[in-house]
Write a protein that binds this ligand. Sequence first.
Ligand code: GLY
Length: 363
Amino acid sequence: MSTRAVPVAVATPYDVHVGPGALGLAATVLAGRRRVAIVSQAAIADRYLDAVRSGLGECEVFLMGDGEEAKSLATVEHLCRGFAAWGLLRGDAVLALGGGVVGDTAGFAASVYYRGVDVVQAPTTLLAQVDAAIGGKTAVNIPEGKNLVGAFHQPIAVLADTSTLASLPDREYRGGLGEVAKYALLADPATEQGGINALLREHTGAVLARDPGILGDLVAHCAGMKAGVVAADPHERTGVRATLNLGHTLAHALETTGGYGLTHGEAVAIGLVFAGELTGACERVGLDTVDRYQALPASLGLPTAVPGGEALRAEDLLAVMRRDKKAAGGLTFVLPGPDGVTLVDDPPPAALAHAFAAVGVGG
Ligand code: GLY
């Protein structure tokens, strides 16, 4: 087993353990716990339960359904009732084993059960390892919107076992690269040495081929960036953490209005291209930055335009964007500019029209 620890310096600090075999650290990070409730999904539990359970004391598995529909208050109630029936107490813990759906739902259940029990996040997708499992955001969906009911509940540890990435379906792995591209664009390539941009540039083939030697570096770089942002603004109050939503305003609007067959990471990739074009049209950056926002997702095999986008109306997407959680009544985007990546309110309509056209929306 070869893992490294990436520290997250929040009020109660914890580590993201990255590398093959990290699931085997469950017994270490949960040492002394009387009981552990493992929340997972059937296919994931079949594959990884033995690794996570080895050395753990008394534990019980609580399965939930697949997909965004399972990320619901009904599932949270079901889980909490299961915890109570089994006798999970305040000093016990929950372990979330799976991708973002499991992490968000089990994390939220842990945040409210007994007014909060400790949770260990054990993410098994690239997207969850580089982003969702770190930083304590937990939430479920309601019919009115995604992630509208949730809580900040930092985990006591994150076990990012990179060997789980080998079995991900290709599209799911590539989707995770959409979030990786986001981190690369958030990093300043001029000052960053040996960081995520260098890794993606020099090892593109190995990243796409999921080379086990590269995956640890890739996840650790992204986890380190996320940890820094979360430590600076744990509750998304100062605007620092909101920069992690780079590319997400359009992505969420695409997901809310129908998905268009895109995974979350693919939608983020298109959102990054949109953000680059929008900020370029606002004359906040030069053409080199606009090109970079297009070239990086493309180099990772991600889409740069909305499939069938000519049938969409920009106005419908804008209506959804106005309801975005970080919008204060108008339109708010996370965009690069002269002072780095910041929140920008209400860009001019002509710049928006240009950006929509650049990602193929509206024909
Ligand atoms: N996924 C964005 C955040 O954790 O703030």
